[in-house]
Design a binder for this molecule. Structure first.
Ligand code: ADP
Length: 642
């Protein structure tokens, strides 16, 4: 019934992906079947969902399913479904272009990562349908969209173009016919045994029957029902290859690790086993089942601003209502994969309804709690393994603290930080345990790297009194600290802000006295730095360094200020305080110089140099490196001239 055949070129990215898939995935060939079965199962989900509001799309008694058919003579393998099907436009859009923006990045990542990482990458990015070309020299897709009277046939050898023609008289759904490549390794996919194995391995939990006609050879029976010696008969029977039971509906203790692993891989497209599995049934006024997985590796889109929604699917009475339902988990737990099924929610829920539904909020609260409980357990059970997890996902959890979701300090309780105590990571509870009796606060210091922080002048006085300092080097830490202001009743103080470590009354009085005495010097230095510094004063926090920069208690840190500016926000310039070490020879020298010659230009120059040096020590950039270098050179020159 076909009319004209048209030839179309693939979008450039498709051709590139196709050749990569065909040439780099051969060791995992069999996954093509999983991908095509997933697509068929998705198409059935979509049909069932659309039929909720348009019942005419399917017959009332109709059974939905997937049929495999191997034809050894023609060397073809067919995967057919009676799902939603595709219109001609959808066919072109779905199989001729790569719509997702992830693909471009996938290709870039592949170029960076090298071909040997291709299987992992392809798994993560999911190039689904195109994996058919690993085993097929030609793929034919015959499809008819539910509710349409005519359909289309798409044919391609996977080499840059595909043909498209119209076809009438098709039933609803999609038939994918693979003409297998020549060779024993491809012949395997014509055998019942292999197909059965691969389906059981990857697609057992698919909720629709995956059926195949198989030949059963039995001894022939005589009229009395006894086998006739040496005679057999062969019958065709329909066999269902998968158990179809959705994994989450099975009793917890009956699920094997392998089943979890395959289901997780199916949901996430990850190639690694999950880090942890959470499976529970909530009973009471709102009943639901949740099966959640925490990944072990960072997914590629973890920090993609367009992929910040939760990745948990919502089912109501076995029907997939929403993939990636953003209301089931907060965005900071977007790495969690899984399924929630509740029979207590209405089938016709829309995104808008879900957003305001108190039942969904109740589910979310419980899921967050469960995830955090399981992290707490992992932290206690196997520290090393947990630290690996934390390195991948800690940033997200810290986001959770920032967003105000640190209920009862459950998130900060499983958070790990670098610290001056040693190379490793510490929890806040461990920090508190090490605190001396007279230490009144937890101290933290933010900065660009551990190395910079280890050399920070801010540590000097704290270290000399044996006070441990948390080293926070993630950009998100700055944000987190705005919320995380105390732990277990102890205030968390930033070492580079405010007054610093409490000093004794006597020391304080002496410092204030001195401050008065050298008012003139401090004022002159401040005048020289008026654009950047609000005050120059004597410090209680320095031991070896001559000077350090300090922020006001609630001021933005320079890192945060820089981040905000970069993101285009108009932030007023934050002037900090320059603190001088009263015991440092440079400072006492300055005092003398000022006493002898209050007008000496040296005072201003040294003030500038001290400020520049303090910036460098923080790992920050100088505003005018040229001027700094000139002043420094002059000073060095005068010191060698004698
Ligand atoms: P993905 O499944 O990750 O979206 P694929 O390349 O496997 O990527 O498929 C692309 C799209 O083609 C699917 O999203 C779906 O819309 C459509 N598609 C593929 N197979 C079928 C099918 N059997 N029935 C209906 N639509 C399909």
């Amino acid at each position: 019934m076909s009319t004209q055949t048209e030839t179309h070129a693939f979008q450039a990215e498709v051709s590139e992906v196709l050749s990569l898939v065909v040439h780099s995935l051969y060791s995992n060939r069999e996954i093509f079947l999983r991908e095509l079965i997933s697509n068929a199962s998705d198409a059935l989900d979509k049909l069932r969902f659309e039929a909720l509001t348009a019942p005419e799309l399917m017959g009332a008694e109709e059974s939905l399913g997937i049929v495999l058919d191997a034809d050894p003579e023609a060397r073809t393998l067919t995967i057919a479904d009676n799902g939603i099907g595709m219109t001609r436009e959808e066919l072109v859009q779905n199989l001729g272009t790569i719509a997702s923006s992830g693909t471009r990045r996938f290709l870039d990542a592949l170029k960076e990562g090298g071909a040997e990482n291709a299987p992992d990458l392809i798994g993560q990015f999911g190039v689904g349908f195109y994996s058919a070309f690993m085993v097929a020299s030609e793929v034919r897709v015959t499809t008819c969209r539910a509710g349409e009277s005519s359909g289309s046939v798409w044919v391609s050898g996977g080499e840059g173009s595909y043909s498209l023609e119209e076809a009438d008289g098709l039933g609803r759904g999609t038939i994918v016919t693979l003409s297998l490549r020549e060779g024993d390794e491809f012949d395997a996919f014509l055998q019942e045994f292999t197909l059965r194995e691969v389906v059981r391995k990857y697609s057992d939990f698919v909720e629709y029957p995956i059926q195949m006609q198989i030949e059963r050879t039995k001894p022939k029976l005589d009229d009395e029902g006894k086998p006739i010696e040496g005679e057999t008969e062969t019958n065709q029977v329909t066999d269902t290859l998968n158990s179809m039971k959705p994994l989450w509906a099975k009793p917890k203790e009956e699920i094997t690790d392998e089943e979890h692993e395959e289901f997780y891989k199916h949901l996430s497209r990850d190639w690694n086993a999950p880090f942890d599995t959470i499976h529970f049934r909530a009973e009471g006024t709102l009943e639901y089942t949740a099966l959640l997985y925490l990944p072990a590796q960072q997914p590629f889109d973890l920090f993609d601003p367009a992929a910040r929604a939760s990745k948990v699917s919502l089912y109501v009475r076995r029907i997939l209502i929403m993939r990636d339902c953003e209301d089931l988990l907060p965005g900071w737990l977007r790495f969690v994969r899984g399924v929630v099924e509740s029979n207590d929610l209405p089938l016709n829920v829309s995104r808008e309804v879900l957003q305001d539904d108190p039942r969904v909020r109740q589910i979310q609260k419980r899921l967050v709690r469960k995830v955090l409980d399981s992290l707490k357990e992992s932290l206690a059970d196997d520290r090393e393994r947990y630290e690996e997890f934390w390195r991948n996902f800690g940033v997200c959890l810290k986001e959770g603290i920032y967003y105000g979701d640190d209920v009862e300090q459950r998130v900060s309780g499983v958070s790990l930080f670098g610290s001056s105590h040693g190379e490793g990571l510490t929890t806040l509870a461990e920090y508190v345990e090490r605190m001396g009796d007279d230490q009144d606060a937890i101290y933290a210091l933010t900065g660009t790297s551990r190395k910079v922080l280890e050399c920070s002048p801010h540590l000097e006085a704290l270290a000399s009194q044996g006070v441990e300092v948390l080293f926070l080097t993630d950009p998100v830490d700055e944000w987190m600290l705005q919320r995380l202001t105390e732990w277990d009743g102890k205030p968390i103080r930033q070492a580079d802000k405010g007054e610093g470590l409490a000093e004794g009354d006597e020391a304080k009085a002496a410092r204030e006295e001195k401050q008065k005495e050298f008012e003139g010097l401090l004022g002159a230095m401040q005048a020289a730095l008026a654009d950047d510094i609000q005050e120059v004063r004597f410090s209680a926090r320095l031991k070896n360094s001559a000077a350090v920069l300090v922020g006001e208690e609630n001021a933005l840190s320079p890192q945060l200020e820089r981040m905000l500016r970069r993101s285009g926000q108009d932030v007023p310039k934050q002037k900090r305080i320059l603190e001088l070490n009263p015991g440092h020879a440079l400072v006492t020298g300055l005092e003398k110089l000022h006493a002898v010659d209050a007008q000496s230009p040296r005072v201003a120059e040294i003030a500038e140099l001290l400020y520049g040096q303090a910036l460098i020590a923080e790992g920050m950039a100088l505003e005018d490196p040229g001027r700094f270098t000139k002043l420094l050179t002059e000073l060095m020159t005068s010191s060698v001239k004698g």
